[in-house]
Design a protein around this ligand. Sequence first.
Ligand SMILES: [Mn+2]
Length: 297
Amino acid sequence: MTTHAVIPDLHADLDRLEASLAAVPAGARVLFLGDFIDAAPEAPAPADKAVLARVRGLLDAGHAQAVMGNHELDAILFHTPDATGAPLLPDAEDHRRKHQAFIDTFGMATPEARRWTDWFLAALPLWREVGGLRLAHACWSAPDVALIRRRRPDGLLQAADLAEIAQGSTPFGRAVRTLVSGPKVRLPACATVRGTDGQERETVQIAWWNAGAATWPEAVLDVPDPGQLPRGPLPPEVAAAIYDPAAPPVLVGHYKRPGAPRLAHPKASSLDYPHQPCLYLWSGEDRLRPDRLCPVA
Ligand SMILES: [Mn+2]
């Protein structure tokens, strides 16, 4: 069986892209997990154009496949005007900070910016299944994939979908957000929870990869004191987001996990370790193996 090298978020880092590709064994196929653009504000040399050109070259040549990240989706919405001419994604300070290098390179809704965002829409599906491996940018939620599949069987969005995604006004729009940005849920009103940053939270991110999780402490991400969490079983909408341990393995990026790369679960894991980049070499195994996680120099 052909080996597939799964490469997580690149965020306009050409050195990381080239180092990742150098770690791909000869003959392996490359699978990218999205978030090609939008360098961290402190990045020394954002290279949106060079990273996109390299990735597109590999896709066009049939050497690689990819899924869409939340940064590509936000760029599509940001460079697409609504009926009044305003961007579908409002030009807010926090988004502009993340997206500034792309704007500096390509401009705002210019023909060149639109050429790239049109390519994101046409070439980057929300999910891929390669043999027995599933890929998405932030989450594989079976009910959300099923809901989107009814309208877009191949996972590729169309221009007609964009307004409802920007507004989050429909189940379809919210399902798209869950796949590219991960599930977040509102806690029961009685719960007061502080995150790792010490801030009080009304919503929490779901550690949906904890396949089989049945309680709040097993199901949430980045809540340092699980004693603050509600007791009892998960509400149905949270339980539905947790990965089925009998399903095929799935890899995502997105979560900017701290420290050294590790698999979160043998069936589902993020590969996004910005401080110690890695890739995963998949050769058909039904349970992910720690020894297939490779450091990127
Ligand atoms: Mn992301």
